[in-house]
Ligand binder design. Structure first.
Ligand code: GLY
Ligand code: MN
Ligand code: MN
Length: 442
């Protein structure tokens, strides 16, 4: 079903972007449809910057933002969309398109043209620009088209003696905008997180020994889709027993066994915002002693790391806290030997915890936004959203580990919004206390 209008905040985003780079022209290509085999494409999802700035989710499109110039309609920029032509024959097979009229009426484009006019019209749009923002290197064919327009623009400069406007990557500018979530984006994230928490709860209730990992993946996916997610934000990891020690396990095709833990890292994407939750719980009805000791260690560290989050804290502070907490726990369980600080300094914990603790979250699971500012880790500010995901993994080949702790993978991951006074745990609905988990399995 086609939309009748998009909310006004898309225009506000474009205005903010142009305010940050006055006199610039931005060129954003839509994602391409990728052929899987004849007549079959991989599922299409719009490129996130394109979606963030336009709301327009068709392939074969370009979004061009240019200064308003003399054609001003009260706005500081001109939004130009190049879109697929309406085509009754094609639409009969593939579904309705907005066409140029829809691009203007529904998405607020000031000008809209058929995609096949892009090469001819782009040089004109570049006229008078002080900078061009376009991300080179993603699609060679698109790069060639943009470079051809730049060359044609150069010819139009004639003997004026002017240089070509420099070419910049827009990723940092748009990334900074996307890093700070607006009220509308926070609502979308909350919804993705609510649905994802429900999917994890459903899995906790339904998982039994003898089920296959793919059945659990299907169950989680069903809840995502039933409650309105269009797709997953990333390929779900459903890993029983030793499979959970593989950080990016994706096979999801083994039988779940009594006595093992299951690790599920899955997030539903709702209206282009994704959640990213990991929960680990017993396949049967109880934790073994060894599993419970490790689980309580990871949980305690995870909760205290979440509790640190407020404006002014930096991601490396959180990661350091996690590494120290895990190391202390692993020392007391006899999994590491030596002094805590020496182990942390020498990265000795990486034998059991080889990944980082946090990443930005938003339209993309590993969302855009700089981690450093002026070479220094940046401080958290209200509106940022991040994950907190400590874990423990004892690799199957690591036989020096006491038997009760062998071949175990545990990760606990929540999605946290930084607020002016501290934080909001967007995924608090997904149980993580041992007592809560066991109550779900009754
Ligand atoms: N699901 C990917 C991650 O946790 O970073
Ligand atoms: Mn994550
Ligand atoms: Mn995850």
């Amino acid at each position: 079903m086609l939309l009748s209008h998009v909310p006004g905040y898309f225009k506000q985003r474009r205005e903010t972007l142009l305010e940050k780079a006055p006199g610039s022209v931005f060129i954003f290509p839509a994602n391409e449809e990728v052929l899987r085999n004849p007549d079959v494409h991989y599922p299409f999802r719009q490129e996130s910057h394109f979606q963030y700035l336009s709301g327009f989710d068709e392939p074969e499109s370009f979004l061009v933002l240019a200064p308003a110039g003399s054609q001003s309609t009260g706005s500081k920029h001109r939004m130009v969309l190049f879109v697929r032509r309406r085509d009754p024959e094609k639409e009969m097979w593939e579904g309705e398109r907005y066409g140029t009229d829809g691009a203007k009426q529904v998405f607020g484009a000031d000008e809209a043209y058929a995609i096949d006019e892009f090469d001819q019209r782009l040089p004109d749009l570049l006229k008078g620009s002080e900078r061009i923002y376009y991300r080179m290197g993603l699609h060679q064919a698109t790069d060639q088209r943009v470079l051809a327009a730049v060359e044609s623009h150069r010819r139009s400069l004639g003997r004026s003696g002017k240089s070509l406007p420099p070419l910049h990557d827009p990723n940092e500018l748009v990334g900074e905008l996307r890093l700070f979530k607006s009220a509308e984006e926070i609502e979308l994230l909350r919804k993705a997180c609510r649905i994802t928490a429900l999917a994890h709860k459903t899995a906790m209730r339904e998982v039994r020994p003898g089920m296959n990992e793919y059945e659990v993946e299907a169950l989680v996916d069903y809840v995502f889709r039933k409650y309105g997610c269009q797709r997953v934000g990333y390929g779900s990891i459903v890993a029983g027993g030793r499979n959970a020690t593989c950080l990016h396990y994706r096979s999801n095709n083994e039988e779940l066994r009594e006595g093992d833990l299951i690790l599920i890292d899955a997030g539903g994407e709702h209206d282009y915002y994704t959640s990213d939750i990991t929960r680990t719980f017993p396949v049967g009805k109880s934790f073994t002693d060894g599993q419970a000791k490790l689980y309580e260690l990871v949980l305690g560290v995870q909760k205290s790391a979440v509790a640190m989050i407020r404006p002014g804290i930096r991601l490396p502070d959180i990661h350091k806290h996690v590494c120290e907490g895990l190391t202390e726990g692993l020392l007391s369980l006899g999994l590491l030997q030596g002094s805590r600080d020496e182990i942390v300094k020498g990265l000795g914990y990486r034998r059991f915890y080889p990944h980082n603790t946090s990443h930005w979250l938003g339209m993309d699971v590993h969302d855009v936004g700089l981690y450093l500012k002026n070479g220094e880790p940046r401080v958290l500010e209200p509106g940022m959203c991040l994950t907190v995901e400590p874990g423990f993994y004892s690799q199957p080949g690591d036989t020096a580990v006491p038997a009760e702790f062998q071949k175990i993978g545990i990760r606990i991951e929540d999605d946290i919004l930084v607020t002016p006074m501290g934080h909001e745990n967007l995924t608090a609905d997904a149980p993580k206390e041992i007592s809560e988990i066991l109550a779900m399995k009754k």
